[in-house]
Design a protein around this ligand. Structure first.
Ligand SMILES: NC(=O)c1ccc[n+]([C@@H]2O[C@H](COP(=O)([O-])OP(=O)(O)OC[C@H]3O[C@@H](n4cnc5c(N)ncnc54)[C@H](O)[C@@H]3O)[C@@H](O)[C@H]2O)c1
Length: 387
């Protein structure tokens, strides 16, 4: 196989702005189908694919399954349906490259795991922040022992995203809560249809890659809904998850979409270990920092770590999110060509989803501690066997 024929499902800003342009220019891909329930978006997608005459446009996701010219589904739909529809695509015989978050429930996680194990088809979660340059640097500091035992890892995603919270169901136009009086039919988009804490993959994925670990227990806490910052948004302003990992690190991670935050630097991370600490920049003028306990350092020092990798190929530059969007597409393509799973496999993908889903469950049930299942096969579960 030297070409993957792709059906792109969900034609919102993520597909139109990033996925379709990338699939159109990365060698090895050909878009053969596009799909969205909102037909007004089909033309916008077809105008971006190069030769639209050979591309089928569908309104019903099931038609993409039936299409023999589709080898793989690129899934850029709403987070609520992401896991369920990815599993259905695998069950229908299509490889899947799916947007974050991987799943909306623990049942979704199991269905995905079993669909991959039973089909042998390739599944890649398009979580891209794990390819950032500083993630490699911090991973090296942890694996070499320079930070000692990491006792605390923190991550937060505070993205004031109100302008994408509602959508006109006929035109597909996105809008913020202030436009609702003029658009009473507007429906909530993905950013409002999930508890904010579900959007932890961009925090958990890079931190678990650095720590080479998985979450075993989680507890969550939330402010009330609707948002106090904007009561038209039916979502909590702040949600926090406290987690423990298998190797004994405590994680504190938080997510927020509805309340204002300074624009630009939505993410923030910190690792504190028995041998030192690293932290991401606090402001757009600030720099990331390091302090090592055994290096005669009286204060933290600035380091020019960036999202962008120093070894990024020309094709990666400008692909989105500090050049990182390119890497999931390359990883997925190479895995499909080789008939294997990508290095960031289904088990690591659900490791980024299940703790977030369970944090939301904990919040809804009075903030009790919940155990996070290990989805890998072992003595208690054979490959392909339901738990
Ligand atoms: N990795 C990242 O950095 C990143 C950034 C932004 C968004 N995302 C993810 O990408 C996804 C899409 O984001 P978006 O902003 O484009 O969302 P969006 O809601 O604007 O667009 C999704 C589109 O999918 C369509 N759709 C939903 N269910 C469908 C179905 N069953 N069949 C056909 N079409 C369907 C909707 O009509 C909509 O047009 C979200 O799940 C989000 O989590 C990831």
């Amino acid at each position: 196989m030297d070409e993957i024929r792709v059906g792109v499902v969900g034609l919102g800003p993520r597909a139109l702005g990033t996925w379709i342009p990338l699939l159109a220019r990365i060698p090895g891909y050909r878009i053969t189908a596009v799909c969205d329930r909102i037909e007004a978006l089909h033309q916008a997608a077809l105008s971006r694919v190069g030769d639209p005459t050979s591309v089928h446009a569908y309104s019903d996701y099931d038609d993409v399954f039936q299409d023999p010219t589709v080898d793989a589904v690129a899934l850029t739909i709403r987070s609520r349906d992401q896991g369920r529809l990815a599993a259905r695509a695998l069950e229908a015989g299509k490889h899947v490259h799916a947007e974050v978050p991987a799943a909306y429930s623990v049942d979704d996680c199991w269905r995905l795991v079993l669909a991959v194990e039973r089909s042998g088809l390739t599944y890649q979660l398009a979580e891209q922040t794990r390819y950032w340059g500083f993630v490699d640097a911090w991973r090296g500091l942890v694996s070499s022992g320079r930070l000692g035992h990491v006792t605390l890892a923190e991550g937060q995603y505070f993205h004031h995203y109100t302008e994408g919270m509602f959508q006109d169901p006929r035109s597909g136009e996105l809008m913020g809560p202030d436009s609702i009086p003029d658009h009473p039919d507007a429906v909530p988009t993905w950013a409002q249809q999930m508890p904010p804490i579900h959007y932890l993959p961009h925090e958990l994925s890079p931190m678990l890659r650095i720590l080479d670990d998985r979450v075993t227990e989680v507890v969550g806490m939330s402010t009330g809904s609707p948002s106090a910052a904007n009561p038209r948004i039916a979502q909590a302003d702040m949600q926090v998850a406290l987690m423990r990992t298998g190797k004994g690190t405590i994680l504190r991670m938080a997510a927020s979409f509805a309340q204002p935050h300074p624009p630009g630097n939505w993410h923030w991370y910190q690792l504190i270990g028995t041998g030192g600490r690293v932290e991401w920049s606090r402001t757009n003028r600030d720099r990331p920092k390091v302090w090592l306990a055994d290096a005669q350092m009286h204060d933290l020092a600035d380091v020019d770590w960036r999202y962008e990798r120093t070894d990024a190929p020309v094709e990666a530059r400008g692909s989105g999110h500090g050049d990182a969007d390119y890497y999931t597409h390359i990883s997925f393509r190479d895995a499909v060509f080789a008939g294997r799973q990508p290095p960031f496999d289904i088990y690591q993908a659900v490791d980024t989803a299940a703790p977030a889903v369970l944090a939301a469950q904990s919040m809804a049930a009075g903030s009790g501690l919940l155990e996070v299942p290990d989805f890998r096969p072992g003595p208690a579960r054979a490959v392909g066997q339901a738990p």
